[in-house]
Design a protein around this ligand. Structure first.
Ligand code: ZN
Length: 456
């Protein structure tokens, strides 16, 4: 039941004016509810959080729109969507991509307001789905344990909050009373001429403003303290929700707003990096950031160590991460190099490379490989020798004789092969050498005597 939707400005003013929503007098529970309170609350939340969540020229809004909050400045995050363009620096090729990421609204005004807090929409969706599935499965399967944990969590937290709230309320109330006295005093001082009208106006404005702010704070605190009393059935309310949404593999906006209060996104550990860590706190309705531990899930039979590890997906993920990390490192080195491309061909495409460059790069590569092998042998020589000695010591004399014969045979085979493999090479070399000598002689003989003297 809603009363006092309009109100007269003052007794002198006959016009009525729309009263802000927060000041409507709402009498709860006076009539029999048509929808239960939770559903009503959720529907109301959607109305408030998703005011602008209608499909527009960019299509359907993201299901999490309105739920993400910047952890630093507590403002709502903006969902960036639509089509973006990307130009390849080297080829000039333009490709398009679908934007789907959130950023802090205040970061648009520059770093002095807030920073980006950029996060991918798909990543948050996955995370929220994961959190919801885990918590609701656990809660539904272990109602008793779940209820006990929630009650414990809230009773300590609530006790702390109530204590802090009472303290703050007391200090606010005493300051409010003090301001009353101060206002009274400046009235008297102004009347008696101790302070002039201008000074009086400044002071009284200041005091009255502070008082108005205090009144607001006091009202909020009182309401908060009252609400703690009916927070005992949090677990029950959450369980009710889990029963309504038994099995889910997808997040619908209604369900999201019934389950999720807000999602606080921290700034990325490395703001510019492609791969980084980022903390995200998912606050669920009624139970806050509660989540069962791995041990509790294991005990409830809802988690096994290898459950989440699909080896193929894991390997693909590792590979992708390694590539991204390499690209990040490369970019750093490239920036350090004054933006110039690095690498053996200095950014040249295959068709731009000269045979000399290719040969020199190949020679370098071979030298590096040789060095690597030599180092590996140096590092592993002792170990390999020790292993061989151990193997030999464990052999019977017959085995040893057999192994020795085998080694000799294999060495002979190799030597024979080497000669054969290199005979052609040797012959070619000799042929070339003879040919060169002949050509040189012919050249010398065909030249003039002066030329002969120079050539020799
Ligand atoms: Zn922010």
């Amino acid at each position: 039941m809603v009363n006092l939707k309009t109100q007269k400005q003052s007794f002198k003013d006959k016009r009525s004016k729309q009263v802000p929503r927060e000041e409507w007098l709402v009498f709860q529970g006076k009539h029999e509810a048509i929808v239960d309170e939770t559903t009503w609350q959720a529907a109301n939340d959607i109305r408030q959080k998703k005011r602008r969540n209608k499909p527009d020229s960019l299509g359907e809004p993201h299901p999490l729109t309105g739920l993400l909050i910047c952890e630093t400045c507590k403002s709502k995050m903006h969902h960036n969507r639509g089509t973006g363009k990307r130009t390849n620096k080297d080829t000039g090729e333009v490709t398009t991509w679908q934007k789907n990421y959130y950023t802090c609204k205040r970061s648009k005004h520059g770093a002095e307001y807030c920073t980006g807090h950029r996060i991918n929409g798909g990543v948050v969706e996955e995370l929220v789905l994961d959190v919801l599935q885990r918590v609701s499965q656990y809660a539904a399967a272990n109602e008793k344990d779940f209820t006990r944990q929630i009650n414990e969590m809230y009773s300590t937290q609530q006790a702390d909050n109530v204590k802090a709230g009472r303290k703050k309320l007391k200090s606010d109330q005493s300051r409010h009373a003090e301001l009353d006295k101060l206002i009274q005093r400046i009235y008297e001082d102004n009347y008696s001429g101790k302070i002039n009208d201008k000074r009086f106006e400044v002071l009284s404005n200041q005091y009255e403003q502070e008082q108005a702010e205090l009144e607001q704070a006091i009202a909020q605190l009182t309401a908060d303290l009252d609400s703690y009393d009916d927070s005992t059935d949090r677990a029950a309310k959450f369980l009710e929700l889990t029963k309504r949404y038994k099995e889910f593999t997808e997040l619908t906006p209604t369900m999201l707003h019934e389950f999720v209060d807000r999602i606080e996104v921290h700034e990325r550990a490395d703001r510019r990096a492609v791969v980084t860590t980022q903390k995200v706190d998912v606050y669920l309705n009624f139970i806050g950031t509660y989540q069962p531990t791995i041990e509790q899930l294991e005990q409830a039979g809802l988690y096994t160590a290898d459950q989440e590890q699909d080896p193929v997906a894991e390997a693909a993920h590792e590979k992708r991460m390694a590539k991204l990390l390499y690209q990040r490192e490369y970019k750093k080195r490239r920036d350090a190099n004054g933006g110039q491309p690095l690498g053996h061909f200095a950014g040249k495409r295959p068709d731009e490379r000269t045979p000399e460059e290719i040969a020199s790069v190949e020679a370098e590569r071979k030298a590096r490989l040789k060095e690597y092998h030599a180092k590996w042998y140096q590092d592993n020589k002792a170990r390999m020798k020790a292993e061989q000695a151990e193997k030999r010591a464990a052999m019977t004399p017959e085995e040893r004789a057999e192994a020795s014969a085998k080694r000799t045979a294999s060495r002979r085979e190799y030597e024979q092969g080497y000669r054969e493999r290199n005979r052609e090479k040797h012959n070619t070399y000799m042929r070339e050498r003879r040919k060169n000598q002949r050509e040189q002689q012919t050249a010398i003989l065909s030249k003039t005597p002066t030329a002969i003297a120079t050539a020799i």
